[in-house]
Design a protein around this ligand. Sequence first.
Ligand SMILES: Nc1ncnc2c1ncn2[C@@H]1O[C@H](COP(=O)(O)OP(=O)(O)OP(=O)(O)O)[C@@H](O)[C@H]1O
Length: 636
Amino acid sequence: MRAFQHRENRVTLRDRARLLALLPTAGGPLATAVVALELLSGVLPALSALSLAWVISRVSEPTDVGLLTAVGPALLGYAGVLVLSQALEALSTPLQYFAKARIDGRRRTDVLRVTAACQTIEVLEEPEVRELVRLAKAEPGNWTERTPGDGCLAQTRMCAEALGLIASCGILATFAWWLIPVVAIPSAIVQALWSRHGVEFMRQWRRGIREGMHADVWSKMLIEPSLGKEVRIFGFARLAADRMRHHVLRMFEPVWAVGARNLREQWVKFWLVGGGLGVCFVVVARAASQESISVSLASALLMAAWGVYQSIAGYDARAIVGALPGEHAWTALRQRLSTTRADDPDSGSASPVPAGEPAALPAVRFEGVGFRYPGTSASVLDALDLEIRPGELLAIVGANGAGKSTLIKLLSGLYRPTSGRITVDGTDVWHAGIARWRQRITVVFQEFARYHLSMAANISLTADTGRQRDRAALAEVVEQAGLSDVVARMPNGLDTPLTRAREGGVELSGGQWQQVILARALYAVRTGAGLLVLDEPTAHLDVRSEAEIFGRLARRKGDFSVVLISHRLSTVRAADRIVLLDGGRISECGSHDELIARGGQYARMFALQAERFSTDSDWRGARDEPRADSSEGAVQ
Ligand SMILES: Nc1ncnc2c1ncn2[C@@H]1O[C@H](COP(=O)(O)OP(=O)(O)OP(=O)(O)O)[C@@H](O)[C@H]1O
């Protein structure tokens, strides 16, 4: 990150070449058209100067033919230049728009592609990586940002202006070569000042990017319906707005300060450019008044001088400077994520288990596994040993924060153990290839994603890559997850979108969504996964639905292995083995009866829970449904 910030201080030739290299991503014909238009625009000032001089010379010279005959061709030439300039303007705007959209669109896709190819999520949680993604993804969130498309087009214009500069300098040199530096040097200083201001502007903006990300979070709280419930109910909309404003101000006040300073320095630019052009004007006018040059040449020289200034200072230097943080972030992001991907020998290359073919059930072992979240010092798991036997139902219980979900994230390869290893059939999952392992495991997470897809697509999502959707299997898992009635009421059955944002779509309740996620896991099991991992899979379900689902699962016992995390002890007690997680290790292990007979923490937790549920009147009427909540009855 330090190297990334360091390079922001100046624009190097390499930076310029890199921006230019983006142009082909707009597509060959479009890129060619943009370059052609820019080249024509570049030489336009010189063409205007020459054609105007031609008209003036034809008007001022004595002629034997009529004035119109003498001036006509020159006038036509000048009119042609005027028409060309109008045509260029009319064509340039839409072509530049399309080119920018394509270049930026390609970048957005590339950023999504490299982040999606990242097998673990730990790197994506790093604040630096989040910042790199924010900078690289070419989605401007405010007026200060410039995209790769902006930078590339400005750089293309700068190169095309070089042609115009040569032409204008050529005209000036016909009178006095020394007029070139008189105009060019102040123009170059002005452009350098613009660039320097741009660098300072972007540096301040980039420093505030994390403040901007905080502001975005508060802004979403106010705007998005799904996040805005608490803001309204607890009446802290004002507070949310104030927090947003606070972060926006912290982000932009230094940027505005740079803007104000730049404004105060405008007079320097005015005098520099005015001085150079003024000297040129005086010298040329004097020569014309002394009749040492013609009026037509004088007018061409003055226009050429203006053309020199335009060519040097007329492109948007800020767009180039402004696009570079994103470019550097993109390089840094690819480097950071490529080292992560290189760790996985077969990322994304696993071949799916053929449909319908029964996969051997995996024997999984945690061997001395330790884990700390990136950027934290406390170990969540500490030298943990655990075996998941083929075909068994293993339950994991423990207090809130004991590390149960973390264990599942490690099992599914979302994070790598900090120490120790996880083996499947004797081989380290990371050596065998995490993508291959993921073909054999399916997970229901506590917090799951709700895709704006049809019910059928939501269920078959994990298993259907490259396969025909199995409608019979879909119907079966819908039934097993207790969703048959819900599907029967849907306007388009399994093909109904699960969002009202799509036409004909419906909104499901939290519990119904959980059933959809369960159906997805069951579908994955039918299509080859041998290990079903359930993290609080029934937290949103009523007691009857939960009992029915677990009854069906129990009947298929042995067909696949199950790891179940649940605070609801009535569910857990049916497991073949229960392990109690405490202090990053397993403190107790055995069947429900064995653990009760041992009289340890599990037994105390169960007794406490049972007591609570026999004295409280549970709103669901589940008097015999003890739960291992953290507040009461959690493992201490
Ligand atoms: N992404 C993360 N970054 C840093 N620390 C984390 C992260 N996720 C969890 N933790 C920490 O790891 C510890 C274990 O969390 P975990 O979610 O695994 O607990 P849990 O046993 O599943 O809890 P619960 O029963 O409340 O769901 C907690 O102390 C938590 O603060």
